[in-house]
Design a binder for this molecule. Sequence first.
Ligand code: SF4
Length: 235
Amino acid sequence: MTRYSVIEGKNPREIVLLRGRGCAWRRCKFCDYHLDASRDEQANLALNRKALSQVMGVFGRLEAINSGSFAELDESTVREIERVCREKGVRDLHIESHWLFRRTLPALRARFSAQGVRLHVKIGVETFDADYRERVLDKGIDAADPAEIAADFDDCCLLFGLAGQTAESMARDIRTGLAYFDRVCVNIMVPNTTSVKPDQAARDAFIHQVYPLYRDEPRVDILLDNTDFGVGELE
Ligand code: SF4
């Protein structure tokens, strides 16, 4: 598992893939990466320290993700992130959170802000089609209005290449994401251990009709493979 990388392209930043206690939701039908988790705080800390020790602070911007939400990281790891931000001059910290933890975010923003670090919190929305999102994907967001979702979050993730999606629906999702969020991160479904399979027609529609429109959009990250940020199962 590769746990540190440098993203040179859009929004240049360093990125670490940390390990926490595990996703509290664990119900998203397409997801198996919540398996990257441990309840052993000392083991998590040792692993996370190793990844964080590689951070150089070159861009003053760090993305710290775990397979779940930032709130599921142990306190000892959060303190280690704070130390690295302080020592390496990181002023912008990108993290991820499930909707479940939205009420914890204001205090977390204040905690980091007091140290001169601005948090950018990304939520996996996957699609703004609320019915599909909840009925098919079981995402666990009990709000349909994008403005309500965006109220607590800065950035969003979308998941494309799923059965039923069309070029039109995917482009609409990106337009909605850009209207309500600072940044949009598009993930393309890849085969994994879940029963949700990539849909070739939806993938082709994205590649040929949607990708060219947003490939150079600075506010849109597009991961054609889920390791395109350089972390995850690369070996
Ligand atoms: S919230 Fe994230 S980690 Fe948890 S099941 Fe859903 S996609 Fe997976």
